[in-house]
Design a protein. Structure first.
Ligand code: SAM
Ligand code: SF4
Ligand code: F3S
Length: 455
């Protein structure tokens, strides 16, 4: 029989939960939802995996090496289970959704497999495991947005927080596994988003990043259709919560970003002048094979428009090297586009074929590994040179920086970001996390600006 204390079954009341997060910001945000669901279910959160009764890995499936990391981590967790035989090990997130019950078949250690839309079911599923069964819920939903749940801010600096505004993705980029792991796109109730930002503001937070795979297609409608809100309108509502609350967002899609969004960014001082606008390739034939639904010229016209409407805007990108059938000339098109756009920063990857995607079914993964990595190295070299040059233009300028934390290298220095999302490092003086400071930039590296606070 189960004893009940304060409505919490004792069998879970003392259980400790440890969550490890892999992959993108969306997964970081999801782990906060998972913590909220389980803490409501009577669990205590711990940062020590060895005192945990339940270890959850919130996983990513975007490239093969992301999944390899999880297999290695699961192998290491065998030791934890040897020391603590009752330990429950769960795999959540995109890899759980992709592999489903195959995860149980491939690794005896795994007790629990839960996809991104099934986190409300976690307390039940864990009970099932406690009763000696394996538990799986990988149902995807057309409605779930976890709108009214209050995320538990894990490992937070107390200054910046992620706010999820939509889930899933309706695009079918041929290389990408996300539509399969996260299901159809759905937008979260605009009022619940604004409430979450207001709560963060009351709790002292100074910056929010609105998250979605394609924020420009955000479109929420109330039940009777009398109220609608698009992304530009949502940005405005969030910006109006407080002028000292910085607003960032990710990711924008070149096919959908509108002038209305750009004008809204330009209109509000607290909307950061920074857009992450992944290009993936600079060649129109490859973009078509990728099913990105824009070509090189369209992408260039969007960058031109951003620079017209928000001249001081930072722009960053994602780039894939060695996509199926990419020739040397097409690779050079990517390099020339990167140079033309003069990105401040890029996330750069070698193409990794993902089972079940359109590309895996239609196009041979025929660029050899050594060619992919050589092209990737070339792309990284070009980006590093541009980043260093772009950073140089800040020397002698003053940047408004929101202090986020100590610098990684020294407790005597603080770090934060300027409007354009570039990391700034400076001596701490009397400043602390959450302060806005004006930093005079004196030196730069490829990744950061270094200076001192001007009072
Ligand atoms: N929704 C965002 C967009 O469309 O720009 C991207 C989200 S995805 C999580 C992040 C990045 O991973 C992509 O922009 C792409 O550059 C990269 N990526 C996705 N699938 C990949 C694959 N199969 N191989 C290599 N990189 C991949
Ligand atoms: Fe993947 Fe394309 Fe959707 Fe981004 S927009 S998540 S790359 S399918
Ligand atoms: Fe993110 Fe990886 Fe899933 S990048 S959406 S956690 S596949």
């Amino acid at each position: 029989m189960e004893l009940i204390i304060d409505d919490i079954p004792v069998k879970t009341a003392s259980k400790k939960l440890y969550i490890e997060t892999y992959g993108c910001a969306m997964n970081v945000s999801d782990s906060e939802i998972v913590a909220s669901v389980l803490i409501d279910g009577g669990f205590l959160q711990t940062n020590d995996e060895f005192e945990a009764d339940v270890v959850l890995l919130n996983t990513c499936a975007i490239r093969e090496n992301a999944e390899q990391r999880i297999w290695h981590r699961l192998a290491a967790l065998k030791n934890n289970k040897r020391k603590k035989p009752g330990l429950i090990v769960g795999v959540l997130g995109c890899m759980a959704e992709r592999l489903k019950t195959k995860l149980l078949e491939q690794d005896q250690l795994v007790d629990l497999v839960v996809g991104p839309d099934a986190y409300r079911d976690l307390p039940n599923l864990i009970s099932q495991v406690e009763d000696g069964e394996k538990a799986v819920n990988v149902l995807l939903s057309r409605e779930e947005t976890y709108a009214e749940l209050s995320p538990v801010r894990l490992n937070s600096n107390g200054v910046s927080a992620f706010v999820s505004i939509m889930r899933g993705c309706n695009n079918m980029c041929s290389f990408c596994v996300v539509p399969f792991t996260r299901g159809r796109e759905r937008s979260r109730d605009a009022h619940s988003i604004v409430r979450e930002v207001e709560d963060l503001h009351k709790n002292g937070y100074k910056e929010v990043t609105l998250l979605g795979q394609n924020v420009d297609s955000y479109l929420w409608q109330n039940e009777d259709g009398s109220e609608t809100c698009n992304f530009a309108q949502l940005l405005e509502k969030v910006a109006l919560v407080d002028p000292n609350m910085r607003v960032r967002f990710s990711t924008s899609h070149p096919k959908d970003i509108t002038d209305e969004v750009m004008h809204t960014i330009a209109k509000y001082d607290n909307i950061c002048k920074y857009i992450h606008l992944p290009v993936q390739s600079g060649n129109s034939r490859i973009l078509e094979l990728m099913n990105r639904t824009y070509d090189r010229e369209w992408y260039m016209s969007k960058v031109t428009r951003i620079r017209e409407i928000i001249p001081e805007c930072g722009i960053s990108s994602d780039v894939i090297s060695g996509f199926c059938s990419e020739t040397e000339e097409e690779h050079q098109d990517t390099i020339s586009l990167m140079k033309w756009a003069n990105f401040d920063f890029s996330y750069m990857y070698s193409y990794s074929e993902r089972p079940g995607t359109l590309a895996a079914r239609k196009y041979p993964d025929d660029v050899k590994d050594d060619v992919k990595s050589r092209r990737l190295t070339e792309i990284i070299k070009v980006q590093n040179q541009m980043s260093a040059n772009n950073n140089l233009k800040y020397i002698g300028k003053i940047c408004k920086v929101l202090v986020e934390n100590y610098s990684k290298k020294s407790k005597e220095d603080l770090m934060g970001r300027n409007d354009q999302n570039i990391i700034c490092i400076f001596p701490k003086g009397n400043h602390q996390k959450g302060d806005y400071v004006n930093v005079l930039i004196e030196r730069v590296s490829v990744t950061s600006l270094i200076g001192k606070v001007i009072e």
